[in-house]
Design a protein around this ligand. Structure first.
Ligand code: F3S
Length: 283
């Protein structure tokens, strides 16, 4: 059986940097160390860090109650007021927000100051989007679907700046931007989708076209893995979404000739290697 493993599978630059820093902080800092939210959407990594003493603050309330310790701000970034809160509480913090996300914070802060209404194309529930919203002066709008984009046109904003969540699907972003271009108004569109995501999505699509079965590895809460799954599924009916090797159903691989493997940005290399090794040996 032929196995094609995507070169872009696994940790992106921002996640790699954040995870390495978390391990470094765990080793070097005295006192309690926390991450504000899980460092990545990967239960194994979070559990391993917990063994090294890094605890997860799940809510803002938990952060507010904290009196001492070091807080790691993860790659998704946080709203501006969280930095203010950390300073007010005199808490130590290590900021590992991905530089690509920081760039979006700067754009929306500057453009909203100039009076543009900010439109974030993305998923309002995602912490990265919550972080971006927290850098806008005044109101902003999050659009995820074409229908929401059409409704937005009715609102009559005159000056708009459009950015995207870094992990948003490029084609969906383009479709929404096209709808937003149907009306004449002062519009600044900045494609802030991260290259790591675009590259991973296009490679996954290409591989999914060529194989009989596709395996997408990643945490169940990871939105970029969910998107990868959707993309692969639309090209290859037999696409499986697994978190670890344990989820792989061997029965699905009988009479398969060619398998493709890709993985979300928060999947450690170790898991990808385990899955590809297993597939090569077993089938
Ligand atoms: Fe950063 Fe892109 Fe990864 S925004 S965290 S390098 S997906």
């Amino acid at each position: 059986m032929e196995v094609k493993v995507a070169k872009t599978a696994g940790f992106c630059f921002g996640v790699k940097r954040a995870v390495e820093k978390a391990y470094e902080v765990a080793e070097q800092r005295q006192g309690e160390v926390y991450t504000y939210g899980p460092i990545i959407h990967n239960e194994e990594v979070v559990a391993d860090l917990a063994n090294k003493g890094v605890q997860v603050l799940e809510t803002e309330n938990e952060l507010r109650k904290l009196e001492k310790g070091t807080v790691i701000i993860r790659s998704h970034g946080v709203p501006k007021y969280i930095y203010e809160l950390l300073k007010e509480k005199h808490l130590d913090y290590v900021d590992v927000t991905c530089p690509f996300v920081l760039k979006i914070h700067r754009i929306v802060e500057e453009e909203s100051k100039k009076g543009r209404h900010i439109v974030i194309v993305g998923n309002a529930e995602h912490p990265e989007v919550a972080g971006i919203k927290g850098w806008c002066r005044g109101d902003c709008t999050v659009l995820k679907t074409k229908e929401e984009a059409r409704n937005f046109l009715e609102k009559g904003y005159e000056k708009v700046c459009v950015v995207s969540q870094t992990t948003f699907n490029y084609n969906n972003f383009q479709e929404i931007v096209e709808i937003l271009s149907e009306k004449r108004y002062d519009r600044l569109v900045i494609n802030t989708i991260c290259n790591a995501t675009q590259d991973r999505q296009s490679e996954a699509e290409e591989i999914a076209k060529q194989v009989d079965t596709m395996i997408v590895v990643g945490g169940k809460h990871s939105s970029n893995t969910q998107k990868l799954y959707e993309i692969c599924k639309s090209e290859c009916e037999n696409t499986y979404y697994i978190q670890t090797l344990a989820d792989l159903d061997s029965d699905s691989f009988r009479s398969v000739q060619c398998v493709g493997i890709t993985a979300g940005a928060s999947t450690p290399n170790k898991i990808i290697e385990e899955v590809s090794k297993h597939v090569r040996i077993k089938f």
